[in-house]
Design a protein around this ligand. Structure first.
Ligand code: UN1
Length: 516
């Protein structure tokens, strides 16, 4: 390994997390194997090879599914609060490994160390949340229309839950799904992004300790580091009851259709195109911080990243000038160095997409007030560092309607709040939104049924950084899925209505008479 890796203590981190120079990408509990091709994980931070991974082949897939099916038969019999205890222990392990896992997230994915640690904190939080929920998997009871009958509903585990995740939240999204899936009595199979396989292997290694210490069936937690063909198998497989997919709208559309075709369930977390409305009554200081963090945090690679600012004409110039000034102060560089604000994009493909978007925007008439640029020279050798940029646009531009996973912020001017809300809603996606205002009427209108059409609508905070306690997800082309908090656990269970007759008669519902 290179000297640079040693400088940030990465070598020790990898060792602590059980990452070797060559890793096997299939794991069922503590059993590792792999028959597929070998891939390499490079860090966007410095371009160095972190480790190699032998991916899962077709034969591995069947083994994983069979072991998972077997494990489910056992695991579903463990009482839910006892399954909660397993998740509690995972949360404890994550506390223990937080520094290492956060650092690996930062190094393999490129987000700032603080955000890497924040992601692990989300994992810990969802574990705590799920422990509580494990004692509350409740259904309703209702009054039967028939005398001497009792009617109620209950929730049962589904079986195998397939989790397909994206590179941008390489560990948290797995935990949102697994923590809930497990307390509900399911077993999970995770297909992580091929861009961040080591984060997945590290999580599995941590979970394996819990499995071993509690003598649990190994198949409750599996990982398949594999290409999209194995992902497709998971999507098409009748034995996989629920597929939770996080990724692009393009792929999500296929996943959703394929899973529906076999009457499976899916949870979709697809693209966002999130806007902040900055009203005439906004606190401008707060608005600038919220907008800049939303746009450049995670180098614009969150599905909740702020992509559009819809600004009232009376404060437009002030906001614009202050944004330009704030962007001038941004420090772009190694995300493990906490003095930097912006790290690299995930890879050079993402850099190309950033450049393409800028080109396309310019062609459509976008006026860049902070120009974009691919950074070169010392510290930028990986070729993944870009300058966050800002452009004045019309909302109708094709590029503005599209989610580009990069730090490009679009400014749009408005006159009335109705117009601002219409602009905010006039995109195909519907994930996150916010309004900056100190005016109660404006805030309430924005949150009303005549307001934002997104799954998340905030007042006086930005579009990103949702807490795990609320249901997370969005409408329209974002896919309609919900993950993490609130009553989302219900997605991971099948619902059953039970009617019990404790009389010696058999009255039929709806007053139907059927005498023999
Ligand atoms: C994502 O970008 O895929 O709200 C998820 C946030 C995070 C989750 C983002 N809690 O920014």
């Amino acid at each position: 390994m290179s000297k640079k890796i040693k400088d940030f203590g990465i070598e020790k981190t990898l060792k602590n997390l059980g990452i070797k120079e060559e890793n096997k990408g299939t794991s069922v509990g503590g059993k590792y194997f792999a028959s597929g091709k070998t891939i390499e994980s490079f860090s966007p931070v410095d371009g160095n090879l972190i480790a190699k991974i032998k991916t899962s082949g077709e034969s591995d897939y069947d083994k994983v599914i069979e072991t998972a099916e077997k494990a489910f038969k056992e695991f579903r019999l463990i009482p839910a609060p006892k399954r909660g205890e397993i998740v509690r222990q995972l949360g404890q392990k994550l506390r223990q490994y937080k520094d290492d896992l956060g650092k690996l997230v930062s190094y393999e994915m490129g987000k700032s160390l603080q955000e890497g640690l924040g992601e692990v904190q989300e994992m810990i939080d969802i574990c705590d949340f799920a422990v509580g929920v494990s004692r509350q998997l409740h259904g309703y009871t209702m009054h039967s229309e028939r005398p001497g009958h009792r009617m109620y509903e209950q929730y049962h585990p589904l079986g195998i839950v397939g989790i397909i995740t994206a590179f941008n939240f390489p560990v948290a999204v797995w935990s949102w799904n697994t923590a809930l899936a497990w307390i509900c009595g399911n077993v999970t199979i995770w297909k992580p992004s091929e861009k961040t396989p080591l984060c997945a292997i590290a999580c599995q290694n941590i979970m394996n300790e819990v499995i071993k210490e509690n003598n649990l069936p190994e198949g409750i937690s599996s990982v398949l580091v594999a290409d999209h063909e194995i992902g497709q198998k998971l999507v098409d497989d009748k034995r996989v009851s629920l597929v939770s997919f996080t990724g692009s709208t393009r792929v999500g559309r296929m996943v959703s259709t394929n899973v529906a075709q076999r009457f499976g369930k899916s949870i979709l977390e697809l693209g966002g195109n999130n806007a902040i409305i900055i009203s005439k009554d906004a606190d401008i200081d707060m608005s600038i911080i919220g907008a800049v963090f939303g746009a450049v945090g995670t180098a614009g690679q969150r599905c909740t990243s702020t992509r559009r600012l819809i600004i009232h004409e009376s404060v437009y110039d002030e906001v614009k000038n202050r944004l330009v000034k704030a962007y001038g102060q941004l420090k772009i560089g190694n995300p493990l160095d906490e003095t930097n604000h912006v790290g690299p994009l995930i890879d050079t493909d993402a850099v190309n997409m950033y450049q393409e978007a800028i080109k396309k925007g310019k062609k459509e008439g976008a006026k860049f007030i902070v120009e974009g640029e691919v950074l070169k020279g010392k510290g930028y050798e990986s070729g993944c560092y870009v300058k966050p940029c800002i452009a004045e646009v019309k909302n109708s531009y094709e590029i503005v309607q599209h989610e580009t996973f990069a730090p490009i912020l679009y400014l749009i001017k408005y006159k009335t709040l109705d117009e601002a809300i219409a602009i905010q809603n006039d995109v195909p996606q519907g994930l996150s939104s916010s309004i900056m205002t100190q005016n109660l009427r404006e805030a309430e209108l924005f949150l009303s049924h005549a307001g934002s059409d997104c799954g998340i609508a905030n007042v006086n905070i930005g579009t990103s950084g949702a807490e795990i306690g609320g249901a997370f997800g969005g409408e329209k082309e974002t896919g309609g899925g919900r993950e993490s908090g609130s009553d989302v656990w219900k997605y991971y269970m099948r619902r059953q209505t039970n009617t019990i007759n404790y009389t010696a008669q058999l009255p039929l519902a709806q007053g139907i008479k059927f005498d023999l």
